[in-house]
Design a protein around this ligand. Structure first.
Ligand code: MTE
Length: 321
């Protein structure tokens, strides 16, 4: 996905130890999400998850297991949180972890606008409250041909959207990431047109597999993975899974999406995982599961074809890639 080489990270962008420790204090002081969250903090035992590697973030309890879950071997927590794409914090895979350490994803609100009956600014807590959290083990397949299997914590995107009562004019839904170069230093460079934005057709967004995530591996989302709220659309290439969402907009027209805007020949609006449609510069037939040496075949719709193929009946997926 990298287009330009990043300049060196300025020392001023690197968090000092005191700020980092303050963040931990902030989490302790501010209380937790208030939605089925237990106050297990760094140093305390991890109540439930055998894979938990004490990430130092508040953990969730009593999560329902989703029937949609994959039963594949999970990616190691360390890999899933240190090899990331999040250009708001830099363009190298190790940048998001290093440069998001002092990002404080609170207070947080989500603006809802466009074709719906319930527009407004929602505090994150209010936005989340009606939705029981569940755990869904989904694959995420990046356009760069690597993939991970992650136990996400969240709820159905469609349930959240229904509550906002889209009108009949709503044909698409657009998502925007926070735009704040002081808090997201990667935005000081014009490697993308900020804010990062993404979009789905309404029927895609309402599909039960589409998910809003607030956590992974039983705990809150680490900053580098899109805290405090991100999308997970498991049958599409990873860049559709937009992080740190601050705005949801219902539109009549197909929304602008960041990568499609930057390089329309390489990144289409739909971006369904499709081994039969090569990326302009490389094949999409195989992928490397992070943690494995050998490559494996990429599956149509990332293995979710039984559930989602009918959304695209009659469409030429080579044209609408
Ligand atoms: N969201 C924002 N706001 N900025 C980004 O750079 N990168 C995307 C997506 N969401 C990105 C983003 C890409 S290219 C991928 S592959 C996934 O996030 C990676 O998610 P992960 O770091 O949790 O694996």
């Amino acid at each position: 996905m990298l287009i330009k080489r990043p300049e060196a990270i300025k020392p001023s962008e690197i968090t000092d130890q005191a700020t980092y420790l303050n963040r931990r204090q902030f989490i302790r002081d501010s209380g937790l999400l208030g939605v089925g969250v237990a106050s297990a903090l760094a140093g305390l035992p991890w109540a439930k998850n055998s894979w938990a590697e004490a990430p130092g973030l508040p953990s969730y309890t009593d999560l329902r297991q989703s029937p949609f879950s994959s039963d594949e071997k999970l990616t190691e927590y360390e890999d899933a949180t240190s090899y990331n794409n999040f250009y708001e914090f830099g363009t190298d895979k190790s940048d998001p972890k290093a440069n998001s350490r002092d990002f404080v994803p609170r207070p947080w609100s989500v603006v809802v606008d466009g074709a719906c009956e319930k527009p407004g600014r929602y505090d994150l807590e209010d936005f989340l409250r009606p939705h029981p959290l569940e755990e869904r083990i989904y694959r995420l397949r990046c356009v760069e041909a690597w993939s991970m299997v992650i136990p996400w914590v969240g709820f159905s995107l469609g349930d959240a959207l229904k509550r906002l009562q889209p009108t009949s004019r709503a044909k698409y839904v657009a998502f925007y990431t926070l735009h704040d170069p002081e808090r997201m230093p990667g935005q000081k460079r014009r490697v993308l047109q900020w804010p990062y934005r993404e979009g789905l057709r309404m029927d895609e967004a309402m599909h039960p597999l589409a998910m809003l995530a607030v956590g992974m591996y039983g705990a809150e989302l680490p900053n580098q993975n899109g805290a405090p709220l991100r999308l997970v659309v498991p049958w599409k290439y990873g860049f559709k899974s937009i992080k740190s969402i601050v705005r949801i907009s219902f539109t009549e027209e197909q929304p602008v999406c960041t990568w499609n805007q930057v390089q329309p020949n390489e990144y289409g609006f739909y971006s369904n995982v499709n081994p039969n449609v090569d990326h302009l510069r490389w094949s999409q037939k195989k992928e490397r599961r992070i943690g494995n040496w050998l490559k494996q075949e990429t599956l149509m719709f990332n293995g979710y074809a039984d559930q989602v193929a009918s959304l695209y009946n009659g469409m030429d997926l080579k044209k609408y890639f």
